[in-house]
Design a protein around this ligand. Sequence first.
Ligand SMILES: [Zn+2]
Ligand SMILES: [Zn+2]
Length: 308
Amino acid sequence: MPAATAAASLGVLSIEAFPHESHDPSAWPGCRALPVAAVRPGAPSSWTQPHTPFRLYGNTWYVGTQGLSAILVTSPQGHVLIDGTATENAAMIEANIRALGFRVEDVRLILDSHAHADHAGAIARLAKDSGAVVGASVAGAKAIEAGGDDPDDPQHGEAPRFPAAAGVRRIADGERVQVGPLALTAHYTPGHTPGSTSWTWQSCERGRCLAMVYADSLTPLSREGFRYGDDARRVAGFRQAIKAVAGLPCDILMTPHPDANGLLDRAAARDRGTQPDPLVDREACRRYAARNAAALDERLAKEHSPPR
Ligand SMILES: [Zn+2]
Ligand SMILES: [Zn+2]
């Protein structure tokens, strides 16, 4: 079959493998035709649907929407926000932070999972309003400063652009970033995008400290015609990233798309008193990694299968 058709069917395959992952390339409505910051008619409605902010654990709070995560880690000396969600959600994220009793102006650092519009879109506005520094991996920082225009991104050309942030701090793989008593560690997990980064930290409640993991998307999604298998180094890096996530100390797993691991449902069950606490799952990172490893294998096998 023609290359374009083969690639399109690959996209469908990936989506079927991840029924809860909203990263449907067909949802991008041809971003180049749209002005920056336009509401995308093809985007899932859950991305902009409000969700009541809540405490995940200790000083870690969920301030995202129904379909996109934004995580606030707080301290008396300032806060860290991970991901801004979509461009049009900036005011909602700020309202969520305030609803929990925190000041947006006390957010000192905004970190990014990956430079796609559904996670980094609102970052420029949130940085401006809070005065926070934006931090990302080297490749992620470059992509954020380019408003998502990263030629090395498998979704380049289909993923919509977003407002660029300037002066993004480059954070090395394994580097610990600190805000007051907070310390978060960057783990480069490239594959979904070249700059994809997962973040880990500890949160404590009544003396019980848990390993918090914000694992980036590990889905092998791309524009039509792109083949992961054409670049052995990219595939090796992707496999290493998946392995790295599997090996993280992991008590509570969070993901940029909360429904990729049932985050909001598990939190709701916890708040209903379900025991054992459904949010605490030491196997969650390993399961998340295994599911994505299988999807990558499936994707590569499909790329290499002869045309019918
Ligand atoms: Zn996404
Ligand atoms: Zn993405």
